[in-house]
Design a protein around this ligand. Structure first.
Ligand SMILES: Cc1cc2nc3c(=O)[nH]c(=O)nc-3n(C[C@H](O)[C@H](O)[C@H](O)COP(=O)(O)OP(=O)(O)OC[C@H]3O[C@@H](n4cnc5c(N)ncnc54)[C@H](O)[C@@H]3O)c2cc1C
Length: 370
């Protein structure tokens, strides 16, 4: 046994030193840059995925099934991945939460993307994604997932495209044979806007202990509930919610209402949530100084907005992913000056420091390599 293990390890070491040799020969480009010319799904280090199925269940969403390359390490229901696509020669990266069970046997990943009316990547995927498209992929990340061991009762609340991470939780709990109280409460304008409606109805029919509740805000017939979220909805569909763990993802209005109710009831620590979009930023009214975008030879008066917004206002197009300090796509080097992180309130005066420009506002003069 020990001999077998030793020879396996030396085999792996040989493989990696050969790879390093090939990579050194391929310099200045990584080996994957050459391999992608032959087959973009043959990669040594890069994690990528090929679209193997495209499905449109509602007018403004597209569901993509992805086959990841061998580097994929799987995910926990609720987490997100970063997907990169090339549009007009530029790679853009956005976060998407797998909607499938974390136990999916074929190893494929399912994403459902809602096309935002002015959105770049979501509209591109909605209009252009087809079988064979290869996208770049990150490993899964994020702290929005079910705790282990599982809680005795679980309430899942979603709205619109926020269905994806909580549907993944629902599907995963069903695969685990979860036997606690489980309610899935989903808000949509009307029944035609519910992705996965047929599957949700089937789950309701097949599982006595699982309660699927569809709430319509613009439709007064059909469905189970009507109107916006309120405590009466909670009491009607999960009267045990105060003892449960609640997982929430949806549009800002729904998030605000649910968080408000849980705060008022002193249950904030029982509520776990994921936001898809950052709340509208408020510019610092006392802002002063200039922002020097040194990589572009542009100097702008500090408006008090985030450095990402100030760069965009100045006509620059830095890369970004989540716009809320999660994904690090926008990280840039601040050469000098002081910045404040709008999420933590911390200020930073260290020169030549990498900062996330989507959550950093300048405090006085700042020079940044954009
Ligand atoms: C952790 C995480 C998980 C996510 N999972 C999913 C998912 O499973 N499915 C999904 O469809 N989206 C998901 N998103 C949102 C997704 O990452 C993109 O923000 C969304 O697809 C819009 O990107 P875009 O390039 O089309 O828009 P952009 O070109 O980046 O933005 C264009 C305009 O749309 C606005 N906008 C951007 N994002 C949103 C948003 N989410 N809601 C409302 N307005 C917005 C911007 O303010 C801007 O005005 C997730 C986001 C995060 C942070």
């Amino acid at each position: 046994m020990a001999i077998q293990q030793k020879s396996r390890q030396s085999g792996i070491r040989r493989k990696f030193s050969l790879l390093s040799l090939f990579e050194a020969m391929a310099t200045p480009h990584a080996l994957d840059r050459y391999l992608e010319l032959v087959d973009p799904m043959t990669t040594v280090r890069d994690l990528r995925a090929e679209v193997t199925d495209v499905h449109r269940s509602t007018a403004d969403t597209v569901t993509l099934t992805l086959r990841p390359t061998h580097q994929w390490r799987g995910f926990e229901a609720g987490q997100f991945v970063q997907v990169g696509v090339v549009i007009d020669g530029v790679r853009h990266t956005r976060c998407y939460s797998p909607a499938c069970s974390q136990y999916r046997a074929d190893g494929l990943i399912e994403l459902t993307v809602k096309a935002h009316p002015e959105g770049l990547v979501s509209r591109y995927l909605h209009a252009n994604a087809q079988v064979g498209l290869v996208v770049s992929l990150s490993q899964a990340d994020g702290v929005f997932h079910l705790p282990t061991p599982r809680p005795e009762s679980v309430l899942l609340i979603s709205g619109g495209s926020g269905i994806t991470p909580v549907l993944s939780m629902l599907r995963s709990l069903l695969d685990e044979g979860y036997s606690g109280d489980l309610t899935f409460l989903h808000y949509a304008y009307s029944e035609k806007d519910v992705s996965y409606r047929a599957e949700l109805e089937q789950i309701a029919a097949e599982h006595d202990r699982v309660r699927i509740v569809l709430a319509y805000t613009d439709q007064t017939s059909g469905g189970d509930l009507h109107g916006f979220f309120g405590t009466e909805h909670l009491n009607a569909v999960a009267p045990w919610f105060a003892e449960a763990r609640t997982f929430l993802c949806g549009p800002p209005g729904l998030m605000r209402s649910v968080r408000g109710v849980y705060d008022d009831l002193g249950l904030a620590d029982r509520l776990h949530f994921e936001e898809f979009a950052a709340p509208a930023p408020t510019a610092d009214a006392d802002a002063d100084g200039d922002v020097n975008f040194s990589g572009s030879d542009v100097v702008a008066t500090n408006s008090g907005k985030t450095l990402l917004e100030q760069a965009e206002d100045a006509g620059l197009t830095p890369s970004y992913g989540c716009r809320m300090g999660i994904c690090f796509t926008c990280t840039s080097v601040k050469t000098s000056g002081c910045t404040r992180n709008v999420k933590t309130g911390e200020t930073d005066t260290e020169p030549h420091k990498k900062i996330q420009i989507c959550v950093s506002v300048p405090v006085g003069d700042v020079e940044i390599e954009i």
